[in-house]
Design a protein around this ligand. Structure first.
Ligand SMILES: Cc1ncc(COP(=O)(O)O)c(C=O)c1O
Length: 375
């Protein structure tokens, strides 16, 4: 399988090379430091593997079910610990979709299924989210895309980059359509737990027997570097097949990642860190929202969840031209152009990282560039 680089990753690489002074793209909560866990880590922890289960540390799997509310329908046996949501998605897609099979992917959305589906030689069909429908897709389109050859429907929920939530009623409709042809539904739930509206993100693994929920400690907990995530499904054969494939990718779990995640998910710690992440996220989102209100060049459907949002850009220049100018002196600021998702007149902004002053600086640089463009 030969994977082509996606524009989103290319843009991250280019921005990294440009060494911006400020970024308004962060998608995860402020990251804790190693010192926050040292006192609770067992110095005798063997850096071999836990030796307890090939699915991953049992106590961690139990905590994932409890903290993210997948019980009682799903149990710890339905969880496979993986190297992040990214590996969980990879294992599921690779197991379920072969050359010539069809898969449906929401757009704009997380590019991983587009890249992998194409590399596998599958027919990847795009389910288009529409801005005028608050970035929801049309069910008639979904019905038209589904055929007897559809193996997988991949949705990013809450959605990256728009932050919109597919509620339980809508997800149940997707499941009903998928069930007619025996297709799996995978929802990438990495942004679950950071909802800003009175709506929880449904868990597809709890709703559908061929449902797969993927997630990790990367976003809400800010623990991206642990590379610790999960795949949850009641289809234990699929979980077994994923574990077999993992033998040829990361092989076993990241022992230190599991140990730290297991500490981070202790009830009290978990509640405290989610509270802090929510407070910071809410503050930063309010800042961005206010900025957008004041800038005639920008508009957005405010995200319902997560730390990123997708803004419509009303300037003569397109998103890549804008972001390239913004990366250069005197601005040296990074915002993600919407072209990363195939949308030339949008930009993706992020309220993560916890650093309010960085966001304020970044937005003020963007404002200066907007002024310069008017001159
Ligand atoms: C929607 C989505 N899925 C998956 C990932 C990868 O997350 P992880 O660190 O859990 O592998 C990201 C990271 O940005 C993401 O935005």
């Amino acid at each position: 399988m030969r994977v082509k680089i996606h524009r989103l990753f290319e843009l991250f690489l280019e921005a990294h090379k440009a060494q911006p002074k400020v970024s308004v793209v962060h998608s995860l909560a402020e990251s804790p430091r190693l010192r926050d866990f040292i006192g609770d880590l067992d110095p005798d922890l063997s850096l071999d593997w836990s030796g307890q289960s090939f699915l991953g540390l049992p106590s961690l799997r139990e905590k994932v079910i409890e903290r993210w509310g997948y019980g009682p329908v799903c149990r710890a046996d339905n969880v496979l610990i993986t190297a992040g949501t990214a590996e969980a998605n990879f294992l599921a897609i690779s197991n379920l979709v072969g050359p010539g099979d069809e898969m449906i992917v929401d757009v704009p959305g997380w590019p991983q299924p587009l890249v992998l589906g194409e590399a596998i030689g599958a027919e990847v069909k795009e389910l288009v989210r529409q801005e005028e429908l608050d970035w929801m897709f049309d069910f008639d389109q979904l019905e038209d895309l589904i055929t007897a050859n559809t193996k997988l429907i991949f949705l990013c929920n809450p959605n990256n980059p728009t932050g919109q939530i597919l509620d339980e009623k809508a997800l149940s409709r997707v499941v009903e359509l998928a069930d007619r042809v025996g297709a799996y539904v995978l929802t990438d739930e990495v942004y679950r737990g950071m909802e800003w509206v009175d709506r929880t993100t449904p868990r597809v693994a709890s709703i559908y027997e061929r449902g797969i929920s993927t997630g990790s400690v990367s976003k809400v907990m800010g623990l991206q570097g642990l590379r610790t995530g999960w795949m949850i499904s009641r289809d234990n054969q699929l979980l077994f097949d994923a574990m077999v494939l993992r033998e040829d990718t990361s092989e076993i779990m990241n022992v230190l990642g599991e140990a730290i995640a297991d500490i981070a998910l202790r009830e009290e710690r978990f509640e405290q860190s989610v509270k802090k992440a929510r407070e910071q996220g809410e503050k930063n989102l309010a800042l961005i929202s206010q900025f957008i209100k004041e800038q005639p060049q920008l508009d957005w459907v405010r995200p319902q969840a997560g730390l990123i949002g997708f803004c419509r850009l009303m300037t003569q220049v397109d998103s890549e031209q804008l972001s390239q100018r913004l990366l250069k002196p005197p601005y040296r600021t990074f915002v993600m152009p919407g072209s990363a998702y195939g949308y030339d007149q949008h930009i993706r902004v992020g309220a993560g990282g916890g650093n309010e002053s960085e966001i304020v600086r970044g937005l003020s640089e963007l404002k200066c560039l907007f002024k310069e463009l008017e001159e």
